[in-house]
Design a protein around this ligand. Sequence first.
Ligand code: F0G
Length: 451
Amino acid sequence: MSPVSTSAQDTAADFLFRCISCGHLSDSAGQDFRCADCSDLLEITYPAWTSASRDARNLKSTWAQRLLSRSATDLSGVWRFRELLPAVEDEQRIVTLREGNTPLYALPQCARITGVPCLFAKHQGMNPTGSFKDTGMTVAATFAGRAGFQWVACASTGNTSASMAAYAARGGLRSLVLVPEGKISWSKLSQALDYGAITCQLRTDFDGCLRLLQELVKRAPVYQLNSINPFRLEGQKTVALELLEQLDWHVPDHIIVPGGNLGNSSAIGKALLEMRDLGLIAHLPRLSVIQAEGANALVRTIREKSGKTLVSMQPETRATAIRIGNPASWKKAVHVLEATGGACEQVSELEIAQAKAEIGAEGIGCEPASAVTLAGLKKLLKQGFVKPEDTVVLLLTGNLLKDPDFTIDFHRGDMFKGDAGESGALKALRHPPIVLDATLDAVMRTLEKAQ
Ligand code: F0G
């Protein structure tokens, strides 16, 4: 394996890497995607963008027209918005599984529960591998191939590994997955296995896996596909574009996202700021980040250190996707929270389980990490930060089928056994399976009881 570097220089690239701390600009990045001067994270910037070259009205109509196209690039809900992505000279090299194109659902029952009539869910769990990661992976896998890498790798709580393995397979790349042993759902891991990844279960947590990956990429020509990789975040920006288009470019008052490693909130915030700067939207929605109480590094960083230094922690939550104690993109997230005037909140395990079942009762399944958004909304309403008349969009990041154990344990009543805090409302949401004799009578009686 010979070393390769990720460069904006080799072809007529339209972007540069910019350090988020010192602002240093460069046309190439090392495999750790950190600033050569101060070691902080890099982001992608587009020096040639002007409101003339990116005219808002033209962009909106180009993107709408592409909805009628049958080209593979236009059928991707990410590349349809390619004017706001790093340019790819040869569209044949784009690695796509028709990601994006995810539905925006009204949530009438959750609207009644919360007292917010204009409540929507953007369901990113409807992506090809079942999570929002696909929107970033299509861009990052494309640029991995373009830079000549043969291997890609990631640390993961599950979804990144599934997504990376799928896109690597599509793009003819080999993939290496580092996951914490025993701490991620088998449903997610099974995807990586099927897509041909070399899967290593390490005896550590997610943060330990990520630390090891950082060392590995310094030693081997392996392209890292965690959200430290700024190409990932460029792809993940497009959820905000697609959402605003689905809302006919009417800006919602609030967008609420779960926070783990904090790449997603950073990406969505970047998209909102770029959209505002290009005149695609007249003002910014507030972007709020919700974490699990047991994995609340960003909440503590903001409350205890005013967002200036990271408070890292030993994470513990059943929402395994966001079981992260040392979020890599915390500075980017603090920036977007400040820029959009968003809030950062935490929710308990009980609140997550209840919110997940309430979303499920709408016929919309999501994974526990996604349900923190509804639980967080309830808190933000109580605090008066969100008003009942506001339009609110919850970002559901992963599919219900990603973590069936959580759902089954909840409905069978195995999750909070003997927990005094479990309310009647929570119990009423449970629908455990019922074992019966195979008689019509038994089924009829069950049906009558349920009326
Ligand atoms: N929701 C889901 C379903 C996730 O899988 C993740 C992260 C998040 C929310 C949090 O997003 O890290 O950008 O703040 N999953 C990672 C993984 C880290 O490895 O799959 P974030």
